[in-house]
Write a protein of this length. Sequence first.
Length: 205
Amino acid sequence: MLKVYGRANSINVRKVLWMLAEIGLEYEREDWGRGFKSTDDPAFRKINPVGVVPVIDDGNFRLRESNTIVRYLADKGGRADLYPKDLQTRATIESWMDWSSTEFAGGMRPVFQALVVKNPAAAGLVDSGAKEWAKQMGVLEQHLAASGPYVMGKSFTIADIPAGLVVNRWFSISFQKPECKAVSAYYDRLTERAAYRAHGRNGTP
Ligand SMILES: N[C@@H](CCC(=O)N[C@@H](CS)C(=O)NCC(=O)O)C(=O)O
């Protein structure tokens, strides 16, 4: 059975759990990371020398990097509806996934660290993080208003998985934020999916 290494409240592990729920694949999961066994443990470093979660083990094939795992699972599950074969469509999906993990999540991280994890090192970074996060949220707002209702247009794809988790954090953390009507409608639309309710909008920022 496929195995997932990583705590279920990690935003990157949640991408994988959401994807597994979308394809209906059974798995087992082992808690590693903040609040559980440390990823600095030599036993974990053997699983992932980079020392971060998630990692999957699929019949002795180990894979790290959440976005890569999501793409692997989409292909493994034969879900061309979620990750089409057309080269340019795939590349566009991948560009949104990359953007979500870099620019979109960049401002989110200090806000989350300061207000949710209560990491004192991030306490002074809330205002600048929130400003950057709002700027990138504006990018998604305009994109969805012009070409939604999903990131890739008419239908849900894996481009919505990393973005949907950042959006969940946006609405789940209390801080001064601008109104984003299209993103708010997107959040509700994603919530129609059982897999998102289980691993995205599940009460955890
Ligand atoms: N680029 C990696 C980043 C993974 C990452 O930063 N994981 C965090 C959790 S979200 C982690 O392992 N933190 C250490 C910990 O939880 O102890 C990915 O997308 O998989």
